[in-house]
Ligand binder design. Structure first.
Ligand SMILES: [Zn+2]
Length: 282
């Protein structure tokens, strides 16, 4: 499906609207040092962050956002080996620890290796522990000139205020094609949960076959549970508020475990049996 999407002005397939919006913003040349990209598609957001890093760092970038494919700076950014572009991304880790943030902030504080701007990208930044998020405080308040922090998250609702309040946020709107896929999957997940809660039989969720769809399923649960807790309609609106809050926390913990543990089926089954059956534990 992704192959049918066209390439946007920051060199990324898909997310056309976001790319246009960002390019327009970048051209203003008064770029906020901390940017936050939110949205459901983690992979495209990562590619977008690379496109943004190129725009900020590349000495040969042209105003329309196009890059010379032979540019060595861009090639190194793309390969993750540019000395002034740091990416903190570890999908296997259950959380982002304070040590990693301290190291990153130290690197952002020292002189640029190639004399240009420095950029750091923090993937799935909602996974920072509170101590790790606080370790960013000083760097975000006094970033120094030509220092840019790009935070990415699929879960802005789980983000600590420390980060949220200091960032300029861009929502990545999925393109029509991927939005269609996203909505279809949401509808499938919703139907699976309705079936599960009626039958209390985990066969209802057998369609969730791999790790990636397990992760998206957990994020679906988190979105819907959070909606219920805030009084918005969701498949869980009729359930007890406290029960939904407990289930929300459990879904976050399960997401962390899923990133370190291969047995996604067992994790999801445990979560559903513990939190979504009539005898659910409180
Ligand atoms: Zn370049």
């Amino acid at each position: 499906m992704a192959a049918t999407l066209s390439i946007g002005p920051l060199g990324v397939r898909g997310l056309q609207e976001t790319q246009k919006q960002l390019l327009h913003y970048f051209k203003s040349e008064r770029i906020h040092p901390a940017l936050l990209l939110t949205g459901p598609d983690a992979e495209t957001k990562n590619k977008l962050a690379v496109g943004m890093a190129k725009w900020l760092v590349c000495p040969k970038r042209i105003q329309d956002g196009s890059f010379d494919p032979k540019c060595t700076a861009c090639t190194r950014i793309e390969r993750g080996v540019h000395p002034d572009v740091y990416v903190l991304s570890d999908p296997e880790a259950s959380s982002i620890k304070i040590e990693s943030v301290r190291e990153l902030c130290y690197q952002m504080g020292v002189a640029s290796m190639e004399g240009g701007p420095k950029v750091c990208v923090v993937d799935e930044c909602h996974r920072m522990t509170p101590a790790a998020a606080n370790a960013f405080l000083k760097s975000l308040e006094e970033p120094g000139s030509d220092r840019y922090f790009i935070f990415l998250t699929t879960q802005p609702g789980s983000l600590l205020n420390t980060i949220l309040s200091r960032c300029l946020q861009f929502r990545t709107n999925p393109s029509a094609e991927s939005e269609e896929g996203f909505e279809k999957e949401e509808a499938d997940f919703e139907q699976m949960m309705t079936e599960f809660m009626e039958s209390e039989n985990t066969l209802a969720i057998k369609k969730i076959s791999d790790r990636e769809s397990s992760l998206r399923f957990l994020q679906f649960l988190q979105r819907k549970l959070r909606a219920s807790v805030y009084g918005r309609p969701s498949p869980f609106s009729t359930r007890d508020e406290y029960q939904n809050l407990k289930a929300f926390e459990a879904a976050l913990v399960t997401e962390g475990k899923l990133r370190t543990n291969a047995n996604h089926n067992l994790l999801i089954e445990n979560l559903l049996i513990k939190h979504f059956t009539k005898d659910a534990q409180l």
